[in-house]
Design a protein around this ligand. Structure first.
Ligand code: SAM
Length: 651
């Protein structure tokens, strides 16, 4: 499991224009002719470009991203002859990423790559442990950067995706943990049949290690002063038993790239958009007359992470999801400056002890700044009673406007069927058929259920443990002074800068309350909490509000992924409570082509885009949008598995 670790950035000693690693005492690339060396060792060593010419999709894996020079050389060669419809995936792992400034300085040595270097710099993620997914060059290239230790991060990936490997750690003598048997096993496990590998080193231990992992290795002439190098081809694909077979995603074999999605809230609209962008045709069914009328219907919502000091599964998920969402929104806004997304930063008020605990997470200042009271007030534009955490990448937006924008953006690929309730499902002749009050509403091979609380009724099960949580928000007409609020502020509630003359403050969390109407007592409570946190609101009054029911889960993580076949799970995993080794169990069985994206609670604005990317990448058989840690933590079968682990099957 890829546990969160604070990242230690690269320590670069500059020798003229050449970066040198202070930590490893080695060079990032040859001083003689680094570009020619990359072409010789990694491209020719993997028989590129010849091999990618034969393919519509090609995937490269790299150990040691460093300055990104190998990526840029690869992109240059790929762009020179790739057909317009071809896609390149590049997955690279890096334990000590360069800062953006060092990266820019290193890449400035190659003016011929300036446009590509600029594209990389514009997408370079903050230095945060985990998987960062980027789409480069108008979506023709997918870049997956895994920031963390190579063996740990590759262990967290699933699927045989990689066609060619660039093994580019520092020299084995100086950097032994980039050349371990464990790492070679993961390299083989993640390789497609017949994958190749190449490396600058000719060390015997590396050759033997790769042979043991299943590669046939050859020694070839090295570059420049290096006599030899190694290249190889995978000849035996290793068995790759899953550490948790009950969470293993199904092999996807879609024939139609058509899907029905039920529910046009944030989960449904982001999923529809993510799939439509990949060329899928979507039918979106919604029971209301407009999208985003329920939990996603508030006037404004906050995009921010939900950090936990221990970086629990929820902390890891919400940090990844937040980083993904804020980058995604910025990309959309570049395409359309009118997109109503305001990256103002978000302030979370908290005491000093809490601030110190969060500081220990070692997040870079572009993700988290610790503020004293004065700084906090300056950041948000009004006086605060305490300091707190400031997230510069956070912000706020109008969720219904985002949903409408997403559907409009892909209008050619998304058909909306409004005012229709999906009442029952049927699988016949390889198609899902969705029935409503007056018969069949729509059908397609693939179905994604994104209708919140109603998912359990529709699927006739209670294994998801969905909870309906009432949330009330209050609107406050802005005053002259309250308009100074520049950022959302969170305390034991939140308030958002004035939008259309109103501040939005919320939200209550009422577990056992089904009342659909705004109640006065909650309005007063929301106002009292707000005034306690931000005295500028002393002069404001409440004017209206809204109640919505969000769908939450017992562990506050959403349910994302394939829908388990409950009966088969009971059969296969009935013995789980005996604690037999995982490899004795067979991989999970699911309902065919059926996926779930629900349970985002009050955090859907931050979590839905990553959830949708996870589903879209899975259906598209692309490189995963998240590691197994996150896939398993949000898996729809997790409550069922927890139950089976503790008690014998009741089925
Ligand atoms: N491919 C790079 C380029 O094009 O600039 C050069 C890579 S450099 C030779 C080796 C890289 O491996 C360094 O960036 C180093 O930080 C990284 N590295 C070293 N140990 C690592 C580990 N255990 N896991 C992941 N990356 C590691």
């Amino acid at each position: 499991m890829a546990r969160y670790q604070p990242l230690e950035p690269a320590r670069i000693d500059w020798r003229g224009h050449t970066p040198h690693s202070g930590r490893y005492g080695d060079i990032y690339f040859s001083r003689d002719d680094a570009v020619a060396e990359t072409r010789h060792v990694f491209l020719q060593g993997n028989e590129l470009p010849r091999r990618w010419r034969e393919r519509d999709r090609f995937c490269i894996g790299e150990t040691g991203f460093g300055t990104g020079l190998n990526l840029l050389c690869t992109l240059e060669a790929w762009l020179a002859d790739a057909p317009a419809t071809a896609r390149l995936e590049y997955i690279s792992v890096e334990k000590h990423p360069l800062s953006r400034a060092d990266l820019a300085r290193a890449l400035a040595a190659w003016p011929q790559f300036t446009p590509l270097a600029d594209a990389l710099l514009a997408h370079y993620p903050p230095l945060v442990h985990g998987l960062h997914r980027r789409e480069l060059l108008d979506g023709r290239v997918g870049l997956t950067l895994l920031f963390g230790d190579a063996e740990v991060m590759l262990a967290d990936l699933e699927g045989r995706h990689i066609d060619a490997w660039y093994l580019d750690g520092f020299a084995p003598r100086r950097n032994p943990d980039m050349w371990t048997e464990g790492l070679f096993r993961h390299i083989a496990r993640l390789s497609r049949a017949g994958a190749s590998c190449a490396t600058f080193t000719a060390a015997g231990a590396v050759r033997r290690g790769l042979q043991q992992a299943g590669f046939e290795m050859a020694t070839r002439p090295g570059f420049g002063r290096k006599r030899d190098m190694l290249s190889g081809q995978l000849i035996t694909s290793p068995d790759a038993p899953s550490p948790q077979p009950w969470f293993r995603y199904p092999d996807i074999k879609v024939s139609q790239r058509r899907a029905v999605i039920i529910g046009a809230g944030l989960a449904g609209c982001t999923t529809a958009h993510a799939l439509a962008e990949r060329g899928w045709r979507i039918t979106l069914i919604e029971r209301h007359a407009q999208p985003a009328q329920e939990a996603s219907g508030n006037l404004a919502g906050v995009v921010m992470p939900r950090l936990t000091a221990d970086m629990s599964a929820a902390g890891r998920f919400y940090l990844s999801a937040f980083l993904h969402t804020s980058h995604w929104l910025n990309q959309l806004k570049q395409r359309d400056p009118d997109l109503p997304w305001f990256q103002s930063g978000v302030l979370q008020l908290c005491d000093e002890r809490q601030c110190q605990r969060m500081q220990a997470l070692g997040l870079p200042s572009e993700v988290l700044e610790i503020c004293d009271r004065e700084n906090a007030s300056e950041r948000c534009g009004v006086a605060t009673k305490q300091g707190g955490l400031f997230f510069p990448g956070g912000g706020w937006l109008e969720p219904p406007a985002l949903c409408r924008w997403l559907l409009q953006d892909q209008a050619d690929h998304i058909e909306c069927i409004l005012n229709q309730s999906a009442l029952s499902l049927e699988r016949a002749d390889g198609q899902w058929r969705i029935h409503g009050e007056h018969g069949e509403i729509a059908g397609a091979e693939t179905l994604i259920i994104a209708n919140g609380y109603d998912a359990e009724r529709l699927l006739g099960t209670d294994i998801f443990r969905l909870q309906k949580v009432r949330g009330q928000i209050a609107y406050l007409p802005a005053t002259e002074t309250s308009r100074n609020l520049k950022t959302p502020v969170c305390y034991d509630g939140y308030v958002i800068p004035a939008h259309q003359g109103l501040h939005c403050t919320g939200a209550t969390y009422d577990l056992n309350d089904a009342s659909p109407t705004v109640n006065e007592e909650s309005q007063q409570q929301l106002l009292t909490n707000l005034r306690k946190a931000l005295p500028v609101f002393k002069g404001t009054a409440v004017d209206g509000g809204r109640v919505a029911f969000r769908t939450s889960t017992q562990d506050h993580l959403p349910l994302i992924g394939p829908v388990p076949d409950e009966r088969v799970y009971h059969d296969h995993y009935a013995e789980l409570h005996h604690g037999r080794p995982a490899r004795r169990y067979r991989p999970a069985d699911y309902w065919p082509d059926l996926f779930l994206n629900v349970g985002h609670g009050s955090r859907g604005l931050s979590s839905c885009p990553l959830a949708s990317a996870i589903i879209a990448h899975t259906l598209d058989q692309s490189v995963p949008a998240a590691g197994m840690d996150i896939i398993n933590a949000t898996h729809p079968a997790r409550f069922l598995i927890r139950r089976l682990k503790h008690t014998p099957s009741q089925a």
